[in-house]
Ligand binder design. Sequence first.
Ligand SMILES: [Zn+2]
Length: 166
Amino acid sequence: MAKSIIEDQDRALVFYHVDFEQSVEISDGALAHFHRHRQRRICAREAGGQVFGTVTAAVVRVLEAYGPRRTDERTRTSFRSDPVAAQHDIDSCTERGLVYLGEWHTHPEPKPNASPTDLDAFTRLLGRSSLRMNTLLLLIQGTGDGGDSLSLYSGRSNEIKQWTNG
Ligand SMILES: [Zn+2]
């Protein structure tokens, strides 16, 4: 039996920021993808990739998450997507009408915060002129179960802001 739309919305995680009129909704499917890659074992490497979805005046919806891929660079405390493989998924999602919204990766901590390296990499990504979106998202999944185990940052040029959920 098909799930109702209301049921799906109930399970989404919604983030807010006082400076933004839009909310950011993380779909059940994207949340499940992040959860599957949580670094629950002591030796587990970081995972990550790209997120895609839709944008309206009221809400940015993160609908799909891709990665990690076999050719990514991964350690316990770092992650870097294979840029060629990532671009392939960006192109195929764009063809399907989804918007490239930004990046995600995991951290081996319960309540994750962006590291200085993360913020540097995000700032460099924002500086790339070829991107269609002028605001991008950075999602970090920690090891916990609840909403506080997922952190969301938005970035525009070099201005990065952390959002809250719940
Ligand atoms: Zn990180």
